[in-house]
Write a protein that binds this ligand. Structure first.
Ligand SMILES: NC(=O)c1ccc[n+]([C@@H]2O[C@H](COP(=O)([O-])OP(=O)(O)OC[C@H]3O[C@@H](n4cnc5c(N)ncnc54)[C@H](OP(=O)(O)O)[C@@H]3O)[C@@H](O)[C@H]2O)c1
Length: 280
């Protein structure tokens, strides 16, 4: 595999960074691409796409889901994957989300069709919410402040480690038998936000609470912090997927692909607490 070159979009992000590290460990030549990455790639600047793709054997695709109203995932991914195939990129591994219903009026899996129809070998990854939202993502500030307010009620989510998502992505990029597969990736246990936050509180010795709030109150709170209204609704609807237990059943995909159990939330919490990420 040492003569293989892989393009990793979102190469500075939660999964992409880990995919880059794992590919390097396997001796693969990697292009870590994003607006601030080693290789410049910008979804909003089509001129950056071709230089990133040229000479690449396989690509890990992370889209720009954070732009509901603006972003047409299917059109962008159709253009990008067409360009990839024209440049003889053989394999595309697409990160989406385990959210099959439209959220805030947008499908989070709309890009899949474009990649599947591109003519390349494809694998789609649909993970649940990441562990790393708690220590490097959208939930970090709330946890650090001691009060995580979300409209998630007492719904359950089988949070997954981005290390496991990255490990599956690398298998799909380099290994055999993953073409044409859609992998729903979860952790082993479905937790409520209350249970998750209590684990963090125990591990840190801090008083940290989960506070369930109403959907509309949450939208209004985000808007009061200058979050655009359509984005606030998108985020609240995304959280409502947890409240309504939409994707609460753990899957066995990590074990099937990697031959081991997914990492447990408690191990993640122990490590993150030891790193001091939740200290104030
Ligand atoms: N967070 C979750 O729990 C979760 C769960 C399931 C699925 N997902 C999916 O994972 C994907 C990534 O979400 P994330 O929240 O985990 O973010 P992330 O990967 O941690 O960060 C986004 C990455 O994309 C890059 N990026 C952002 N805007 C870009 C643009 N216009 N052009 C090129 N690159 C851009 C960023 O780097 P630069 O800033 O350097 O450009 C960064 O590397 C989304 O498709 C999301 O639906 C997330």
């Amino acid at each position: 595999m040492t003569d293989t070159t892989v393009l990793v979009l979102g190469g500075t992000g939660k999964t992409g960074r880990r995919v880059v590290n794992r590919l390097k460990e396997r001796g693969v030549t990697v292009r870590a691409a994003s607006r601030s990455g080693d290789v410049r790639f910008d979804w909003d600047d089509v001129n950056t796409w071709e230089p990133a793709l040229a000479g690449v054997d396989a690509a890990y695709l992370v889209d720009a889901q954070d732009k509901p109203g603006v972003w047409d995932a299917e059109a962008a991914l159709r253009e990008l994957s067409g360009l990839a195939v024209a440049h003889k990129v053989r394999r595309l591994v697409l990160l989406q989300a385990r959210v099959s219903e439209p959220v805030g009026g947008k499908s989070l899996i709309a890009g899949e069709r474009a990649v599947k129809e591109s003519g390349a070998e494809w694998t789609v990854l649909r993970p649940n919410w990441f562990f790393q939202n708690f220590d490097e993502g959208v939930l970090l500030d709330g946890v650090r402040s001691g009060e995580l307010s979300l409209p998630a009620g007492s719904g359950r989510e089988p949070f997954v480690d981005t290390e496991d998502v990255a490990a599956v992505a690398v298998e799909a990029l380099l290994g055999d038998g993953h073409a044409g597969q859609t992998y729903e990736l979860s952790g082993a246990r479905a937790l409520t936000l209350d249970e998750a936050v209590k684990e963090i509180a125990r591990a840190t010795g801090r008083d940290i609470r989960y506070v369930p709030v109403e959907h509309q109150a949450y939208v209004e709170e985000l808007v009061s912090y200058d979050v655009p209204a359509d984005y606030a609704l998108f985020v609240a609807d995304l959280v409502a997927q947890i409240r309504d237990n939409k994707n609460a059943t753990p899957t066995d995909t990590v074990r099937r692909v990697l031959g081991r159990e997914p990492r447990d939330f408690s191990d993640f919490v122990k490590d993150a607490a030891a790193r001091g990420v939740w200290n104030v």
